[in-house]
Design a binder for this molecule. Sequence first.
Ligand code: 5AD
Ligand code: SF4
Length: 487
Amino acid sequence: MPKKLYLETVGCQMNVLDSELVVGTLRRQGFELTTDVQKADVILYNTGSVRQHAEDKIYSALGTLRSHKRRYPEKIIGVLGCMAQKDQERVRRRAPHVDIVCGPGQLAKMPELIAEVERTRRPQMAVSLGRAEASRPEVTGSFESYDPMRDPAMRPTAFQAFVRTQFGCDKFCTYCIVPSVRGPEQSRHPEEIGAEVRQIVNQGCKEITLTGQTVNSYKFPHGDGRTTRLSDLICRIHDTPGLERIKFITNFPRDMTDDLLDAVATLPKVCRYLHVPVQSGCNEVLRRMKRLYSVEFYQDMLNRCRERVPGVAISSDFIVGFCGESEESFQKTCDLVATAGFKNSFIFKYSPRPGTKAEDLFADDVPEEVKKRRNNDLLAIQGKVSFEDHRRKIGETVEVLVEGPSKTALKYDELPQFTGRTVTDHIVVFDGDKRLIGQTVPVHIDDASAFTLFGVVATGVLAYGRNEPQERTLVAARTERLSLPMI
Ligand code: 5AD
Ligand code: SF4
């Protein structure tokens, strides 16, 4: 009987991508995926460590597995990813029943590590060198780039995939653990990326999201004076037959160059969406975070993005309650959110990470209740801005790549709701049919909330009353049945 593998991912898109690669490799070794942790022979947790929350979740899951492992000692439990790299042998001190600890730069070794545990019944650890432990080339070499084995089973959907452009980060924002757990910034060879995109698109994928911690600083020097920048890379993969959409995340404000914006503006498959985290609206806080730009620089960058890419949607990340953030500093962040026109913002309460500069240099002096309140206040301001942004879309017909049933799938019993995204990354919920999944359809927007646009598939002339959802739904359903191709 094939051995069963359970893998849970808690973290960012980098962890999701890493999980896909691990599953790809292990399935080729004969493993079968299971969603039932109790039935698995190998249980893996792939965990980010950007914030404490993900780690807490995994230690708690590991805790509940302790008695399971006692009853079935032959089962193998592994902790992978950033948390493994950061905590190393500490993982086993807190959870001694863990067999494998494997950092994100060592994932290619997973089959060997599993085989070694089976053979010796001894715990195995594979982590990369710390940034200060050796020279840059040695440290870089200890983080293997690991992308050849892709497996569609772990993708967000069958037609969407992440493709890594870079590994690691060299920015060293003072709050951030990434440069130490994911190592020095390394850009992958454009040919390797191009080949991977072709492979994935041949498997039926329509939307590629190029990922990198600072994706817009992607640069591959060819050694003969030529350099491939992100704009060149996008241009190169743009004509892959079958590929419909290209996105890229996450951007660093200082590296948002005009050549990249022009690529977004002129290449039709590139989504008009930029995620460019600002983190704070206060220069003093930005300095302490070592973000290397001022609020004024960021605002100029926003203007440049909007001038060069008409209709572009921009989103941001914020950290509230960073060390020394006064009410006045926070107010400046509120003012920025109120005026910058972000499509949406991801807001995080500062969580001190051991091994970062901020942890060494500054006191975590904003009380938890204040962080919570600031988080809620900022969410409320962003909510108003998003609502306004969404309301402006009412009446438009937008192209939606349909992802699947919406979370509140069955709104009116028999008529399911579906969800997808526009080229500006707006989430749209509409009455649909599962035949639409993976297709790009025009949707007429007729309602909006702070998080979502609502509409109907615009496949013909639709007539409905604005405040009569039941009737509207029926009209939409009938229209679809009449005019959509059967698959
Ligand atoms: N505490 C809180 N949020 C953090 N982020 C990164 N490090 C921390 C931290 N120590 C946030 C930043 C980043 C996002 C991915 O996570 O906003 O952009
Ligand atoms: Fe972390 Fe800053 Fe690098 Fe982003 S740019 S991964 S926040 S160090």
